[in-house]
Design a protein around this ligand. Sequence first.
Ligand code: SF4
Length: 363
Amino acid sequence: MAKKGIVMSGMRPTGRLHLGNYYGALEKWIELQDEYECFFGVADWHMLTTGYENTARLNEDVRDMVLDWLTAGLDPEKCVFFRQSFVPQNAELTLLLGMITPISWLENNPTYKEQLQELGKTKLSKALEGAGVISKEIRQKVAQAPLEAIKPDPKKNRLELRTSGFLSYPVMQTADIAVYGAGLVPVGQDQLPHLEISREIVRRFNGVYGDVLVEPKPIVTQNRKVPGIDSRKMSKSYGNGIDLFETVDSLSPKVMDMYTDPMKIRKDDPGHPEGCVVFAMHKLYSDFADRREVECKAGQIGCFQCKKDLLGSMDGPFAEFREKRAKYDKPGLVEEILEAGSAKARDSAEATMERVRKAMNLR
Ligand code: SF4
């Protein structure tokens, strides 16, 4: 069957994936791989834009993440997995796009400003925790505080985060997409502004050099939002995640710790399942979620039993994932897949770069 178009997406290698990564992106990727020509990248250069100071675990994190991709159902026979840093053409296009991208576009990028503050908060509070100045609990509270409540040391902040690489990450993101001729990028509604800046950069490039690059369009996905165990967005930096491949022993305390309706104290108190993390998970894992909603509202079930039932529902799928992952966890397999995928990615990127160099009279 002819594929419908070229799709590109990527993830920063942050090690093992959590349920938020799966339901927020991976689930959609798995669906897209059958219908489109897909390039899925391990965005290791992007990781450096905010985490350049510590690369000791980078290769391990890349391996863990790709193993999770495979286990979840991404198939290297159907799509291209590659490592961003194995495709030098991507860096070349980043450099060339940087020539035509006004700095004001980057400085006014709302995501840049927001991330700068968010990272300032996280890094500052992590450093204080590491130095024993604040506890983990306080660090988590700092991470939850509104952005304007935190004022990181501007000097430190400037030194650590205001790098040219971080400022110009939208340029690299544009190159990531354009170098593969990708016309489609899966994004959630809230990520549309991220793609808009790439579309603007491509339009500007084409305006100067002719119709060379494909202007990417979004495939807007209705991703299933999964809350972290404390009801905030699931995120590694908040420490509130559930990894895709938890064991029974590691999953149990997390489920028992999940945020529930604070007004439901006794079993027969009528509950409010909306906003309850346990209920959100039941909707993903239990075939009795509808009944549970009724029981909760009617005060016919207590939260302790409800959590135990959730553990029962999650146990099967998690055990299946673990078993599957063990099969893929063979020495050299991930590296082989990434090498082969990156070779295909380089071929595609080189074809684009030949057109780009020609249009710019670089050869
Ligand atoms: S009974 Fe279940 S759904 Fe209702 S509040 Fe408690 S944990 Fe949540």
